[in-house]
Design a protein around this ligand. Structure first.
Ligand code: PMP
Length: 378
């Protein structure tokens, strides 16, 4: 039986995208490839509402996209402010450390995000050239107020980097309007494509910063080596993963057919449906309500339900969820609800949770979760 993959990425891949992936491999410098890479790049910009900047699609994953974002806009001596609400925010600090980039990591308690007034206080000291923030941290399910941050950063000259790996394409990110300089993300989450691509969109200001740097501590991650290929995919730098790019192009076509606004609304609706169902069944949430994300939920068990037994029984009922990361390990499960998820898949998952609880001897009224979810989806 195919299992419904509701981990925080990869998300389930739609048959249309799988079909594109299975097309014959063509030369990486062929006209066929050029059509798809160019379309994917153009569409990628549309998904983040960017008119002027430069998009990059490079074989790798989200962590490479993080490196690319950072290494191309930091000059020697620049200091980076990392706002971290969890595991992946901390990773940005680790990447800085690995490259000897001076940085300050400001952490929120897990389950919330750094408050805008804290950011205001720090940037008033004028010691940072760039701020990096995780939009939705996959470890905690907390969504940061990136729009409020952007209001504070506008006009300061500080570059604004957003890690959208668990958000871009599912939660609104308006690069031009909000003055974001780099959005980094990956194919396997809200874009609903298979894993394997690092995605970065640089604003004109971020491109100007890169062009002003005589060198960066990178070779494969240097966007100026990739720029000629992104402009003209018939040129060669390093072999792109042809099939992945074609699948991603199809994924972005599906997104634009749905419409970005409709896509955000669908994500919000599905998030509400899952949370209503889980709450009705006695689960609670690790994340503070004010920071709930539309792309995933981090869920605490009702008394008497044990993590491994629950996840393993749920898997047998056809739904795969993830365990907690770091300090939440064994205490929560992480439910991804992003990408191309349809309402009937949501209902299937809620029924599977009910079946699982029943098999573990946990009492609840008949169809409690199903009814709660259904009420949100109509
Ligand atoms: N940032 C965030 C917010 C993530 O959720 C992840 C992956 N879960 C990453 C970065 C790293 O992405 P990858 O695993 O594709 O390297």
């Amino acid at each position: 039986m195919d299992k419904l993959l509701l981990i925080p990425g990869p998300s389930p891949v739609h048959p249309r995208i799988l079909d594109a992936l299975a097309e014959p491999t063509v030369s990486h410098v062929s006209p066929e490839m050029a059509v798809d890479l160019s379309a994917a790049l153009e569409n990628l910009k549309k998904t983040v509402f960017c008119a002027g900047g430069e998009p990059f699609i490079i074989a790798g994953a989200g962590t490479l996209a993080m490196e690319i974002a950072l290494l191309n806009v930091i000059a020697k001596g620049d200091r980076v402010l990392v706002l971290s609400q969890g595991y992946f925010g901390d990773r940005m600090g680790q990447i800085c450390d690995s490259f000897g980039i001076p940085n300050d990591v400001v952490r929120s308690p897990w389950g919330s995000a750094v408050r805008p007034d804290e950011l205001a206080g720090i940037i008033a000291r004028k010691s940072h050239a760039a701020v990096s923030v995780t939009h939705v941290d996959t470890s905690t399910g907390a969504c940061a107020p990136i729009r409020e941050y952007s209001d504070l950063l506008k006009g300061t000259g500080i570059l604004y980097i957003v890690d959208g790996v668990c958000a871009t394409g599912g939660v609104e990110e308006r690069m031009d309007d909000w003055g974001i300089d780099v959005i980094l993300t990956a194919a396997q989450k809200c874009y609903g494509a298979p894993p394997g691509l690092a995605l970065d969109v640089f604003s004109e200001r971020a491109m100007a910063k890169r062009r002003g740097l005589s060198s960066v501590p990178a070779y494969y991650s240097d966007i100026l080596r990739w720029l000629p290929i992104m402009k003209d995919p018939l040129k060669y730098f390093s072999t792109p993963c042809v099939n992945e790019v074609r699948a991603f192009a199809e994924a972005t076509r599906m997104m634009l057919e749905e419409g970005m606004e409709a896509r955000f609304v669908r994500h919000a609706k599905i998030a509400r449906a899952f949370r209503a169902a889980l709450a009705a069944l006695g689960f609670t949430f690790f994340t503070e309500e004010a920071y709930f994300a539309d792309t995933l939920s981090v869920v605490r068990y009702p008394a008497g339900i044990e993590d491994k037994a629950f996840r393993s029984a749920l898997g047998k009922n056809g739904v795969v969820v993830a365990g907690g990361l770091a300090e939440t390990s064994g205490k929560v499960f992480r439910l991804g609800h992003m990408g191309n998820l349809a309402f009937d898949q949501v209902m299937f998952a809620v029924e599977a949770v009910e079946k699982t609880l029943r098999s573990l001897g946990y009492p609840f009224g008949s169809e409690t979760g199903v009814q709660a979810a259904d009420a949100q989806l109509i």
